[in-house]
Each structure stands twice: as structure tokens, then as C-alpha cells.
Design a protein around this ligand. Sequence first.
Ligand SMILES: [Mg+2]
Length: 240
Amino acid sequence: MPLPRAILFDLDDTLIRAYAQPEEAWRRLLATFAEPLAAHDEPAIERVRVALMDAARGMWSDPVSAARWRLDIPGARRLATRQGLATLGLDDAGLADRIADAFTEMRRAEYRLYPDAHDTVDALRAAGVKLALVTNGAAETQRAKIERFDLAHRFEHIQIEGEFGQGKPELAVYRHALDKLGCDACDAWMVGDNYEWEVVAPQKLGMCGIWYDPFEAGVPAGATHTPTRIIRRLGELLEG
Ligand SMILES: [Mg+2]
């Protein structure tokens, strides 16, 4: 594919590894709480992990609730952890909050820039492609990541849900970013790891939706849209 005039990049789990593969992260974290949870072997830890992740899934699967909680992920984790422990008969809000906060801290400490992110973005910019960073989430949280991973100066436009007032998959989000770059939808790609936000919604506007699938998860069951392209590494964007 020849390069487009503009590319909108997602941030979390596209340029940086942030929230991917939560199962492994929860297992590790919960093992450190084995004693207060009275979960003394792997099956017991696994029961807690499943309960917490089920509670979180319930919260995130409702688009209205998800849009609200995206702006307060630590708060969402506390609530889901309280609910998850309660389903196991553990009504201990203090313990739930300690676990949730420890998970938030562990994830934050483990954010990593994908190894080819800077090189890919810089090469695209050098090739004359106009670049925007379009990310959901709270302003403070997302700005801290942008600062930590030296991303601000690499993009002509940065658009954060908590600052703009709307998040993906609202079509106004993509329209605004395209407007800022002075580019038509048909000349632009959206690149990211979320099938609904980075494939389905942008394609509705006539953009190309490039799906970043580094763990080769495959398109979701019942997918209604076909990604314009699927990449496993960001560097593939430069390979045509
Ligand atoms: Mg993402």
C-alpha cells in the first residue's frame, strides 16, 4: 500500500504496551496477595483472577459505563475488584482497593514503548506523512505517557479524550483530527489495536482502518468489518 497523506495513531497498546495480556499480569499481582486472600495455591489464585476479570468485563462491555470509566481507570479497577471479591464472598473494600491500586501501579511501572515505535513514526514523518496521536482516556494519565515516552514533538496534532470531550469510536473524534491535519478521510489511515475504534469506526468515514495485532489474536468473532490491513509490527507500515 502506498503511504497516505495522513495517519492517526492510537497510543495504548499500539505505540506503547500498556494494558495487553491482563491475565498474566493479574496472576502475578494476585500471587503477592495470597495471604490476605487466603489463596494458597494456583487454582485458588486463578479463581480470584477469573472473578476480578469477569467483574471488569461486565463494566467495560457496556459502552456508556466504559466511556465514563475510561477517564478514571484506577477508580474502575477499585470498583471491579470490590465487585469481583464480593462474588467470592469476600466483602472487604479495603483489601479490594489495595489490590486494585497495586495492579494500577504495577501496570504503570511496566508500560513500555514498542521497540519500533519511534523509528516508524519518525520515518513516516520524514516521508511527509502528517501524523496525529488520537487516544482515549484521561488527560493527566495520557499526557504523562506522552511525556514519559517522548512522543509529543513527533505529532502534528495530539487529541486526548479527556481534553477533547469525546472519545473513539465517536465519529467526531476522527473528523476533528482529520480537520486539524487538513486531510480528507479517504487519504488517511487509522492505526491501532482496538478493532471497533481503529477499524470499524474509521472505515465508516471512508478512512483505512489498519489493525495492529501484535499477539496475533485474530479478528474478533462475528466481526462485521475487514481491516484494510493487519500488521504485527509497526515497522510494516513502511514496507508497502
Ligand atoms: Mg489501544
